[in-house]
Ligand binder design. Structure first.
Ligand code: HEC
Ligand code: HEC
Length: 258
Protein backbone atom coordinates (compact mmCIF):
# COMPACT_ATOMS: atom_id res chain seq x y z
CA UNK A 1 0.00 0.00 0.00
CA UNK A 2 1.28 3.46 -0.78
CA UNK A 3 2.35 5.26 2.39
CA UNK A 4 0.11 8.20 1.48
CA UNK A 5 -2.88 5.93 1.31
CA UNK A 6 -2.14 4.25 4.64
CA UNK A 7 -1.84 7.71 6.05
CA UNK A 8 -5.21 8.77 4.72
CA UNK A 9 -6.91 5.63 5.96
CA UNK A 10 -5.54 6.26 9.38
CA UNK A 11 -7.01 9.71 9.40
CA UNK A 12 -10.24 8.42 7.96
CA UNK A 13 -10.78 6.55 11.25
CA UNK A 14 -12.96 7.69 14.10
CA UNK A 15 -13.48 11.39 13.52
CA UNK A 16 -13.50 13.63 16.49
CA UNK A 17 -16.91 13.94 18.02
CA UNK A 18 -16.13 17.16 19.84
CA UNK A 19 -15.63 19.97 17.35
CA UNK A 20 -13.46 22.62 19.03
CA UNK A 21 -15.47 25.33 17.29
CA UNK A 22 -18.08 24.77 19.97
CA UNK A 23 -15.86 24.11 23.00
CA UNK A 24 -13.14 26.02 24.82
CA UNK A 25 -9.82 25.70 22.97
CA UNK A 26 -7.25 23.29 24.43
CA UNK A 27 -3.56 24.17 24.32
CA UNK A 28 -1.12 21.85 22.55
CA UNK A 29 0.59 21.53 25.93
CA UNK A 30 -2.20 19.21 27.07
CA UNK A 31 -1.37 16.80 24.22
CA UNK A 32 2.31 16.51 25.15
CA UNK A 33 3.89 13.68 27.15
CA UNK A 34 4.62 14.53 30.81
CA UNK A 35 8.38 14.64 30.12
CA UNK A 36 7.90 17.27 27.39
CA UNK A 37 5.61 19.32 29.61
CA UNK A 38 8.22 19.26 32.35
CA UNK A 39 10.73 20.87 29.99
CA UNK A 40 8.31 23.73 29.39
CA UNK A 41 7.36 24.03 33.06
CA UNK A 42 10.89 24.66 34.24
CA UNK A 43 12.71 27.66 32.77
CA UNK A 44 16.04 26.09 33.70
CA UNK A 45 15.28 22.97 31.69
CA UNK A 46 13.46 24.70 28.82
CA UNK A 47 15.92 24.54 25.91
CA UNK A 48 14.39 27.67 24.35
CA UNK A 49 15.77 29.76 27.17
CA UNK A 50 19.30 29.83 25.79
CA UNK A 51 17.95 32.03 22.99
CA UNK A 52 16.66 34.51 25.54
CA UNK A 53 20.23 35.36 26.49
CA UNK A 54 20.81 36.36 22.89
CA UNK A 55 17.52 38.27 22.89
CA UNK A 56 18.61 40.29 25.92
CA UNK A 57 21.97 41.04 24.35
CA UNK A 58 20.25 42.31 21.20
CA UNK A 59 17.83 44.37 23.27
CA UNK A 60 20.76 46.17 24.92
CA UNK A 61 23.00 46.38 21.87
CA UNK A 62 23.71 50.06 21.07
CA UNK A 63 23.71 51.27 17.46
CA UNK A 64 25.06 54.66 16.32
CA UNK A 65 22.19 57.13 16.13
CA UNK A 66 23.86 59.22 13.41
CA UNK A 67 24.32 62.16 15.77
CA UNK A 68 27.38 60.93 17.62
CA UNK A 69 25.32 59.03 20.19
CA UNK A 70 23.87 55.56 20.34
CA UNK A 71 20.47 53.97 20.80
CA UNK A 72 19.13 50.54 21.56
CA UNK A 73 15.75 48.94 22.11
CA UNK A 74 16.33 49.69 25.77
CA UNK A 75 16.85 53.40 25.25
CA UNK A 76 13.28 53.79 24.00
CA UNK A 77 11.47 50.89 25.68
CA UNK A 78 13.35 50.38 28.98
CA UNK A 79 13.34 46.88 30.44
CA UNK A 80 11.58 44.30 28.29
CA UNK A 81 9.80 43.18 31.49
CA UNK A 82 8.02 46.51 31.72
CA UNK A 83 8.13 47.92 28.18
CA UNK A 84 6.85 44.79 26.42
CA UNK A 85 4.23 43.46 28.85
CA UNK A 86 1.22 42.12 26.97
CA UNK A 87 2.50 43.23 23.55
CA UNK A 88 2.77 39.74 21.99
CA UNK A 89 -0.80 38.93 23.07
CA UNK A 90 -2.05 41.64 20.69
CA UNK A 91 -0.26 40.35 17.58
CA UNK A 92 -0.85 39.89 14.71
CA UNK A 93 -2.30 43.37 14.35
CA UNK A 94 -3.40 45.54 11.47
CA UNK A 95 -0.55 47.76 10.31
CA UNK A 96 -1.79 51.03 8.86
CA UNK A 97 1.64 51.75 7.33
CA UNK A 98 1.57 48.74 5.00
CA UNK A 99 -2.20 48.24 4.91
CA UNK A 100 -1.79 44.57 5.86
CA UNK A 101 -1.46 42.46 8.95
CA UNK A 102 1.84 42.49 10.75
CA UNK A 103 2.95 39.80 13.19
CA UNK A 104 5.46 40.04 15.98
CA UNK A 105 8.39 38.83 13.89
CA UNK A 106 7.79 41.34 11.10
CA UNK A 107 7.22 44.16 13.59
CA UNK A 108 10.44 43.39 15.44
CA UNK A 109 12.41 43.11 12.24
CA UNK A 110 11.11 46.52 11.23
CA UNK A 111 11.96 48.05 14.62
CA UNK A 112 15.55 46.91 14.16
CA UNK A 113 15.76 48.38 10.67
CA UNK A 114 13.78 51.59 11.10
CA UNK A 115 14.53 52.65 14.65
CA UNK A 116 18.08 51.41 15.03
CA UNK A 117 19.16 51.67 11.41
CA UNK A 118 20.65 48.18 11.75
CA UNK A 119 20.28 45.39 9.16
CA UNK A 120 16.80 43.82 9.45
CA UNK A 121 17.13 40.30 10.81
CA UNK A 122 15.80 37.67 8.39
CA UNK A 123 12.74 35.61 9.17
CA UNK A 124 13.69 32.50 11.16
CA UNK A 125 17.20 33.79 11.90
CA UNK A 126 18.44 33.20 15.45
CA UNK A 127 18.44 36.95 16.02
CA UNK A 128 14.78 37.38 15.12
CA UNK A 129 13.71 34.24 17.01
CA UNK A 130 15.64 35.49 20.03
CA UNK A 131 13.96 38.91 20.00
CA UNK A 132 10.56 37.29 19.40
CA UNK A 133 11.06 34.88 22.30
CA UNK A 134 12.12 37.74 24.56
CA UNK A 135 9.10 39.88 23.71
CA UNK A 136 6.66 36.94 23.74
CA UNK A 137 7.90 35.89 27.19
CA UNK A 138 6.59 39.20 28.53
CA UNK A 139 3.07 38.02 27.67
CA UNK A 140 3.42 34.60 29.25
CA UNK A 141 0.25 33.57 31.14
CA UNK A 142 -1.75 36.36 29.53
CA UNK A 143 -4.64 35.43 27.22
CA UNK A 144 -4.21 35.83 23.47
CA UNK A 145 -6.39 38.82 22.70
CA UNK A 146 -6.03 40.40 19.29
CA UNK A 147 -8.10 43.37 18.34
CA UNK A 148 -10.56 42.51 15.55
CA UNK A 149 -12.01 45.36 13.54
CA UNK A 150 -13.49 45.18 10.04
CA UNK A 151 -10.04 45.30 8.41
CA UNK A 152 -8.76 42.46 10.58
CA UNK A 153 -11.96 40.49 10.03
CA UNK A 154 -11.14 40.26 6.31
CA UNK A 155 -7.89 38.49 7.20
CA UNK A 156 -9.68 36.25 9.70
CA UNK A 157 -12.13 35.18 6.99
CA UNK A 158 -9.36 34.59 4.51
CA UNK A 159 -7.39 32.59 7.08
CA UNK A 160 -10.39 30.47 7.98
CA UNK A 161 -10.90 29.64 4.33
CA UNK A 162 -7.27 28.58 4.06
CA UNK A 163 -7.61 26.50 7.20
CA UNK A 164 -10.56 24.66 5.77
CA UNK A 165 -9.30 24.20 2.20
CA UNK A 166 -8.00 20.78 1.26
CA UNK A 167 -4.59 20.91 -0.38
CA UNK A 168 -1.52 18.94 -1.31
CA UNK A 169 -1.05 15.42 -2.60
CA UNK A 170 -2.83 14.08 0.47
CA UNK A 171 -5.78 16.39 -0.10
CA UNK A 172 -6.11 17.33 3.55
CA UNK A 173 -6.93 20.66 5.15
CA UNK A 174 -5.58 22.04 8.42
CA UNK A 175 -9.06 21.34 9.72
CA UNK A 176 -8.88 17.64 8.73
CA UNK A 177 -6.23 17.16 11.38
CA UNK A 178 -6.62 19.97 13.91
CA UNK A 179 -10.37 20.06 14.16
CA UNK A 180 -11.67 16.70 12.95
CA UNK A 181 -8.93 14.45 14.30
CA UNK A 182 -7.27 16.05 17.30
CA UNK A 183 -6.36 13.53 19.95
CA UNK A 184 -5.45 10.92 17.28
CA UNK A 185 -1.94 9.57 16.88
CA UNK A 186 0.08 10.44 13.82
CA UNK A 187 3.68 9.20 13.39
CA UNK A 188 4.49 9.49 17.08
CA UNK A 189 2.67 12.80 17.55
CA UNK A 190 -0.70 13.27 19.17
CA UNK A 191 -2.53 15.69 16.91
CA UNK A 192 -3.48 18.79 18.89
CA UNK A 193 -5.97 21.49 17.99
CA UNK A 194 -3.17 23.39 16.23
CA UNK A 195 -3.03 26.50 18.40
CA UNK A 196 -0.31 29.13 18.29
CA UNK A 197 -0.15 30.24 21.93
CA UNK A 198 3.24 28.68 22.69
CA UNK A 199 5.33 30.15 19.86
CA UNK A 200 8.17 30.50 19.33
CA UNK A 201 8.59 26.88 20.43
CA UNK A 202 11.56 24.64 20.97
CA UNK A 203 10.59 21.57 18.98
CA UNK A 204 12.50 18.50 20.12
CA UNK A 205 12.24 16.88 16.68
CA UNK A 206 13.76 20.04 15.13
CA UNK A 207 16.27 20.36 17.97
CA UNK A 208 15.85 24.12 17.74
CA UNK A 209 13.46 27.00 18.13
CA UNK A 210 10.97 27.77 15.37
CA UNK A 211 8.24 30.27 14.62
CA UNK A 212 4.56 29.87 13.88
CA UNK A 213 5.21 30.18 10.16
CA UNK A 214 7.84 27.46 10.26
CA UNK A 215 5.26 25.20 11.90
CA UNK A 216 2.76 26.01 9.15
CA UNK A 217 5.37 25.03 6.57
CA UNK A 218 6.11 21.80 8.41
CA UNK A 219 2.41 20.90 8.34
CA UNK A 220 2.15 21.86 4.65
CA UNK A 221 5.17 19.67 3.90
CA UNK A 222 3.63 16.78 5.77
CA UNK A 223 0.60 16.81 3.46
CA UNK A 224 2.90 17.31 0.44
CA UNK A 225 1.63 20.79 -0.26
CA UNK A 226 3.92 23.58 -1.43
CA UNK A 227 4.61 25.81 1.62
CA UNK A 228 4.24 29.60 1.37
CA UNK A 229 7.14 31.92 2.22
CA UNK A 230 7.55 32.99 5.86
CA UNK A 231 5.86 36.34 6.38
CA UNK A 232 3.64 35.89 3.30
CA UNK A 233 0.06 37.20 3.26
CA UNK A 234 -1.16 33.59 3.21
CA UNK A 235 0.60 32.77 6.47
CA UNK A 236 -0.40 36.09 8.02
CA UNK A 237 -4.03 35.29 7.21
CA UNK A 238 -3.70 31.82 8.74
CA UNK A 239 -1.99 33.29 11.79
CA UNK A 240 -4.72 35.91 12.21
CA UNK A 241 -7.44 33.28 11.99
CA UNK A 242 -5.63 31.02 14.46
CA UNK A 243 -5.17 33.91 16.90
CA UNK A 244 -8.92 34.48 16.89
CA UNK A 245 -9.70 30.77 16.99
CA UNK A 246 -7.48 30.44 20.08
CA UNK A 247 -8.56 33.73 21.64
CA UNK A 248 -8.36 33.44 25.42
CA UNK A 249 -5.73 30.66 25.47
CA UNK A 250 -2.89 31.62 27.77
CA UNK A 251 0.42 32.38 26.13
CA UNK A 252 3.12 29.80 26.93
CA UNK A 253 6.02 31.31 25.01
CA UNK A 254 8.61 30.03 24.67
CA UNK A 255 6.91 26.63 24.63
CA UNK A 256 8.34 23.14 24.21
CA UNK A 257 6.79 20.62 21.85
CA UNK A 258 7.68 17.19 20.59
C1 HEC B 1 -1.83 15.46 8.52
C2 HEC B 1 -2.26 16.15 9.69
C3 HEC B 1 -1.97 17.64 9.77
C4 HEC B 1 -2.41 18.62 8.92
C5 HEC B 1 -3.25 18.47 7.68
C6 HEC B 1 -1.94 19.86 9.48
N1 HEC B 1 -1.23 19.63 10.62
FE1 HEC B 1 -0.59 21.02 11.94
N2 HEC B 1 0.26 19.57 13.07
C7 HEC B 1 0.18 18.23 12.82
C8 HEC B 1 0.96 17.52 13.80
C9 HEC B 1 1.16 16.01 13.86
C10 HEC B 1 1.49 18.48 14.67
C11 HEC B 1 2.41 18.25 15.87
C12 HEC B 1 1.57 17.82 17.03
C13 HEC B 1 0.61 18.87 17.42
O1 HEC B 1 0.96 19.81 18.13
O2 HEC B 1 -0.55 18.84 16.92
C14 HEC B 1 0.99 19.76 14.20
C15 HEC B 1 1.22 20.96 14.84
C16 HEC B 1 0.67 22.16 14.47
C17 HEC B 1 0.76 23.37 15.24
C18 HEC B 1 1.47 23.56 16.58
C19 HEC B 1 0.56 23.31 17.76
C20 HEC B 1 1.25 23.55 19.07
O3 HEC B 1 0.56 23.56 20.11
O4 HEC B 1 2.46 23.73 19.11
C21 HEC B 1 0.13 24.35 14.51
C22 HEC B 1 0.01 25.81 14.87
C23 HEC B 1 -0.36 23.73 13.30
N3 HEC B 1 -0.03 22.39 13.32
C24 HEC B 1 -1.00 24.39 12.28
C25 HEC B 1 -1.42 23.79 11.10
C26 HEC B 1 -1.94 24.51 9.97
C27 HEC B 1 -2.10 26.02 9.88
C28 HEC B 1 -2.25 23.59 9.02
C29 HEC B 1 -2.78 23.83 7.61
C30 HEC B 1 -1.89 24.57 6.74
C31 HEC B 1 -1.93 22.29 9.56
N4 HEC B 1 -1.41 22.45 10.81
C32 HEC B 1 -2.16 21.09 8.92
C33 HEC B 1 -0.55 17.62 11.82
C34 HEC B 1 -1.21 18.29 10.81
C1 HEC C 1 13.90 55.55 18.84
C2 HEC C 1 13.00 54.87 19.74
C3 HEC C 1 12.77 53.40 19.51
C4 HEC C 1 13.73 52.42 19.38
C5 HEC C 1 15.22 52.55 19.31
C6 HEC C 1 12.98 51.18 19.31
N1 HEC C 1 11.65 51.41 19.37
FE1 HEC C 1 10.18 50.01 19.39
N2 HEC C 1 8.79 51.46 19.27
C7 HEC C 1 9.03 52.81 19.41
C8 HEC C 1 7.76 53.53 19.36
C9 HEC C 1 7.58 55.03 19.45
C10 HEC C 1 6.75 52.55 19.21
C11 HEC C 1 5.23 52.77 19.10
C12 HEC C 1 4.78 53.00 17.70
C13 HEC C 1 4.77 51.75 16.89
O1 HEC C 1 4.13 50.75 17.28
O2 HEC C 1 5.44 51.72 15.84
C14 HEC C 1 7.44 51.27 19.17
C15 HEC C 1 6.81 50.05 19.05
C16 HEC C 1 7.40 48.84 19.27
C17 HEC C 1 6.69 47.58 19.36
C18 HEC C 1 5.19 47.39 19.21
C19 HEC C 1 4.52 47.70 20.52
C20 HEC C 1 3.03 47.50 20.49
O3 HEC C 1 2.41 47.73 21.55
O4 HEC C 1 2.48 47.12 19.46
C21 HEC C 1 7.62 46.62 19.59
C22 HEC C 1 7.34 45.15 19.78
C23 HEC C 1 8.90 47.27 19.63
N3 HEC C 1 8.73 48.60 19.44
C24 HEC C 1 10.09 46.62 19.82
C25 HEC C 1 11.33 47.24 19.67
C26 HEC C 1 12.60 46.53 19.67
C27 HEC C 1 12.78 45.04 19.86
C28 HEC C 1 13.58 47.47 19.47
C29 HEC C 1 15.05 47.22 19.28
C30 HEC C 1 15.38 46.34 18.17
C31 HEC C 1 12.92 48.74 19.36
N4 HEC C 1 11.57 48.56 19.48
C32 HEC C 1 13.58 49.94 19.17
C33 HEC C 1 10.25 53.39 19.57
C34 HEC C 1 11.47 52.76 19.49
Amino acid sequence: MKPALAFLLMLGGAANAADPAGVAPVSGYEFMEPATRQLQDDDFLNPAFFLLEQGRALWDQPWPDGQGGARSCRSCHGDPETGMTGVAARYPAFDAESGRMINLELKLSREVADRLGAPAPAYESDALLALTALVALQSRSLPMAIDVDARVQDWVDRGRKMFETRRGQLNLSCKSCHEDNWGQKLRGDTISQGHINAFPIFRLTWDEVGSRHRMFSWCMDSIRSEPYPFGSDEYLALETYLAVRGQGLLIEAPGVRR
